[in-house]
Design a protein around this ligand. Sequence first.
Ligand code: 13P
Length: 336
Amino acid sequence: MNKDELMKTAKAMVAPGKGILAADESSGTIKKRFDTISVESTEENRRAYRELLFTTPGMEEFISGVILFDETIRQKAKDGTPLPAVLSKKGVIPGIKVDKGAQMLAGSENEKATEGLDGLRDRFAEYYTLGARFSKWRAVITIGQGIPTDYCISVNAHTLARFAALSQEANIVPIVEPEVLMDADNTIEVCEQVTEKTLLAVFDELKKQKIFIEGMILKPNMVIAGKKCPTQATKEQIAESTIRCFKKVLLKELAGVVFLSGGQSEVEATVNLNEMNQTAPHPWELSFSYGRALQQSALKAWGGKPGNTKAAQDVFYKRAKLNGAARYGKYTSDME
Ligand code: 13P
């Protein structure tokens, strides 16, 4: 493990005013996204769409890195340049999603465990040669009747740490993503309790498995009410609860935090990040690693038509810029 290299990469990922684009939708997820614009999910359409995003002029002002899917890291732009090289030429760091998705957890109803550790050491070695300098593993924690169980939290925390150890061994910065889902009807208070418990378990495992904290990034959910909760929290409550929770459980050595958007709208994700950065400095950089909240409008503007490339890139650039402003707490609604 080269600690200097890991620290340097991790710092660059959360550089001031910048965050990460999550473009690592698995084959199943990208199909769902393409279905919303009635575009067939062919390999060429997926390639063309990702090329559109990555070649957006100026996106590198606000995007420090992009998380790729296994298929994408092997694809080329129209001019023959490998897509990871398209990014690194602009100073954007290529990353790779390495988990193989969440499957039903044996012995528990309605809970999931993430798979993908088998053969991971060799896969990391290959991804490094393909240009990846950071990686991502997502675990999901579901809130519901009697769940999450301690069993589910501990299995996922253990696996996240095993992933992180293998990633750092390969000099690839791990993004550790324990996502508490926001789909249920729970209050923000319940989300705070579950997030705190989950993060405590994750940091306990990271410590046990000797993870180099300065050389990793955490990708958590914001502390937020479930989508079906009748009482939705304000941006002030979300920011306050999230930061209160983090202050209890995050180590200050952590290189940075990049939030997932998790089903928040584009504007909500920007507003909430902005709110948290208005009370900066915090012990850690608070940044973004959004999928849907950076791509939704751009995907619509593209609609699968090459003639819409510029329009879609303009929309993506604007979203990235607004989140860049939120990194400094300087976003205002009139910038929309
Ligand atoms: P969303 O921002 O759409 O939640 O996606 C981020 C991500 O990478 C989930 O793993």
